[in-house]
Design a protein around this ligand. Structure first.
Ligand SMILES: [Zn+2]
Length: 281
């Protein structure tokens, strides 16, 4: 994450100053009505007049303690505040703050899904020393879940392979992506996904960069590769339309804050042979 954020598990002693609060309810965060919206910065979140569950400490953001907390019941936003989803907030927030919001969302989702042991059904308890939930009866340990997925820019003669998922907004195209299956290397996932979705073979698979993608709990691992054979045949389910796009031919593509866009820009800029992946390490 960024130099602005220092991850932590145990809150620092109270110095009387305010804290940042990621207050979460029904997949939205409470933010100020400013443009761009800001996180609440208050000493106690109770000052906002909200009824809350236990807070989780995330670390220090811009030198102040940062907590996340979920509302038990849907509640109107207090005066001067609004509820917004993280995807929309990402448009106006720095990448590091969006990543921190993603961390908050994933920690709360993990807590919600691990109230009871998945093996023996006993109530789980927080581990006092690390971000883990433990079963006092059978010893099962549950950590926050992260689901790795690959996202891939396939390059062919200066063009990039873009496809459209039926889930995308009308007209939107992007590089292809898919979840890692048990037992696979990331490179195997890249080759399998591209073959399954568009029937194309690839070579020269190279790591590019990664981006947490908390919708709900992915880590996007970006790769570039080159076309090695096969013409596009879409699978009709995951991908309903696909093609090769060069500079000046690009359709509607994802915003600059996304790794998808960074991959597309990278291939289109033709910088791959100059310094592969170098800017992202
Ligand atoms: Zn158990």
């Amino acid at each position: 994450m960024s130099e602005n954020f220092i991850a932590g598990f145990t809150p620092p002693p109270d110095d009387g100053g305010p804290s940042w609060w990621f207050v979460y309810c029904e997949d939205k965060f409470l933010v100020t009505s400013d443009d761009p919206p800001r996180l609440p910065l208050v000493r106690q979140v109770a000052e906002l007049g909200l009824t809350l569950e236990a807070a989780r400490y995330l670390g220090l953001w811009q030198g102040r303690p940062t907590y996340t907390i979920s509302l038990a019941l849907a509640t109107p936003a207090p005066q001067g505040y609004e509820w917004h989803g993280l995807y929309g907030l990402a448009m106006g927030w720095p990448e590091s703050l969006t990543a921190l919001g993603g961390r908050a969302k994933q920690v709360l989702a993990w807590e919600r899904r691990n109230r009871f042991c998945g093996v023996c059904a006993a109530p789980m308890k927080d581990d006092p020393k690390e971000r883990a939930r433990r079963c006092p009866r059978c010893g099962l340990v549950a950590y926050p879940r992260v689901s790795p997925a690959v996202i891939v820019a396939v390059q062919r003669e200066g063009k990039v392979l873009l496809g459209r998922s039926p889930r995308f907004a009308t007209g939107r195209m992007s590089v292809l992506a898919g979840f890692v299956e048990p037992g696979e290397t990331l490179e195997q996932t890249v080759a399998r996904e591209i073959d399954e979705e568009v029937g194309v073979r690839v070579k020269d698979i190279r790591y590019f960069a990664s981006q947490p993608w908390p919708f709900p709990d992915s880590l996007m691992v970006g790769f570039t590769c080159k076309w090695a054979g096969g013409e596009i045949v879409v699978d009709g389910e995951e991908i309903v339309e696909a093609g090769w796009y060069g500079p000046g031919e690009l359709p509607s593509i994802p915003p600059r804050s996304t790794i998808a866009r960074q991959l597309i820009d990278h291939v289109i800029a033709g910088s791959e042979n100059l310094d592969p992946g170098g800017g992202w390490r």
